[in-house]
Design a binder for this molecule. Structure first.
Ligand code: PMP
Ligand code: GLN
Length: 377
């Protein structure tokens, strides 16, 4: 059999979480919260099941949730999305990303992706017959050089994918970045896929700039979001996609035959949860305290770092500790020192800036234990 994805291996998230389990290590690798979900949200889910929401949801998602997303997006970004034609509830952002790409990318189309890139992007492009054009972000600050992007655009370029706040670096795109992207997308008539799953997890004075805020970008963009990140429910696999009607029309066609519709009780629970406004507003402060606890606790260690601007990930540079490659170091840390992290070279074609990604969406005592281990290296 001819593999459709010959270069795709097991995801590093599966590999490192399995190794953490087998080694009985603290798992700061795969990004998921270790603390409990809000009991109110759990109860709303149970109520949804008990109240009979156990059959198929409508294809694009329940209308009350789409309406609530529309209102929230307008409030946050002054951007209007029609809940009936421009919003789809998805099985997490992963399905939203995959669906958007299948909906608009044709065989031979080129899609620009910035590396390090979340690991589902390139296989999704390849499954559509597209060609991923991987442009490295500039190091050590993980920025996008828009002149380089301009040089990579040709008549086959169909889409640019962005992700801000960025996994794994925690950097965020600035207003200037968004203007450059908008300019290129207009000039070359490109579609944009803006992966905004960490939209509410931002720190210090950094403000998330959604593609929805930029009128010309909004006209050309799919925006993907994840309730897994916002409400600490990665296992519910619930998120959504926003896009203007002409793009969402194509998205719906793929969505209806990929999943038809997604988990009904989860949608009911989230819609009811969102009846109380501003459920997500404290998320940045909540995670900033955890980031600061982590960074203050490792201040005396041999790691060096730039405090992350957004996401619940922190990169640590380990050049003062070892010259091992990052995969070997991550595995050794897990087995010998009982702490698991993600080696980021796997998101950048093997290029190894000797940094590991640590997830601090953890209970405080786990963060402190992690710091004690890291300080001992
Ligand atoms: N994009 C990025 C950048 C992510 O970090 C993640 C989750 N780690 C996803 C997409 C997928 O989100 P979900 O779990 O909702 O499918
Ligand atoms: N998004 C999570 C991370 O970056 C993991 C998602 C997954 O396991 N596929 O760690």
């Amino acid at each position: 059999m001819n593999s459709k994805l010959p270069n795709t291996k097991e995801s590093i998230f599966s590999t490192m979480s399995a190794l953490a389990r087998h080694s009985n290590a603290l798992n700061l690798s795969q990004g998921f919260p270790s603390f409990p979900v809000d009991p109110i949200l759990k109860e709303l889910h149970t109520n949804a099941v008990n109240n009979g929401y156990n059959q198929y949801a409508p294809m694009p998602g329940i209308s009350v949730l789409r309406e609530s997303i529309s209102i929230i997006t307008n409030k946050l970004h002054s951007a209007i999305y029609n809940p009936a034609t421009e919003i789809c509830i998805t099985a997490g952002a992963t399905q939203a990303i995959y669906t958007a790409i299948q909906a608009v990318i044709h065989p031979g189309d080129e899609v620009i992706v910035f590396t390090p890139a979340y690991d589902s992007y390139v296989p999704a492009i390849q499954m559509a017959g597209g060609i991923a054009i991987e442009i490295p972000m500039t190091l050590p600050d993980f920025k996008i050089d828009w002149e380089v992007v301009n040089d990579h655009i040709n008549n086959k370029t169909a889409m640019i994918m962005i992700n801000s706040p960025h996994n794994p670096s925690g950097t965020m795109l600035s207003h200037q970045d968004m203007l450059q992207l908008e300019r290129l997308s207009i000039r070359y008539d490109l579609i944009v896929l803006s992966d905004e799953v960490y939209e509410h997890i931002t720190f210090d004075q950094n403000k998330h700039l959604s593609a929805a805020r930029y009128p010309e970008l909004k006209k050309r963009s799919f925006i993907t979001a994840s309730y897994g990140k916002t409400f600490h429910i990665t296992g519910w696999k619930t998120g959504y996609c926003l896009a203007p009607e002409h793009l969402m029309k194509e998205f719906y066609k793929v969505h209806q035959f990929l999943v038809f519709s997604i988990n009904h009780p989860a949608q009911i629970a989230i819609a009811n949860y969102l009846k109380e406004e501003n459920r997500y507003l404290d998320l940045g402060a909540f995670y900033q305290r955890k980031r600061d606890l982590f960074l203050n606790s490792i201040h005396g260690s041999k790691f060096s770092f730039q405090p992350t601007q957004g996401t619940y990930f922190q990169l640590l540079d380990y050049t003062n500790i070892t010259d091992e490659n990052d995969v070997d170091f991550a595995k050794r840390l897990t087995k010998e020192h009982k702490i698991a992290a993600i080696p980021i070279s796997v998101f950048m074609n093997g290029k190894d800036p000797k940094m590991l990604r640590f997830c601090f969406a953890k209970e405080d005592h786990e963060i402190i234990t992690a710091a004690q281990i890291l300080n001992s290296l």
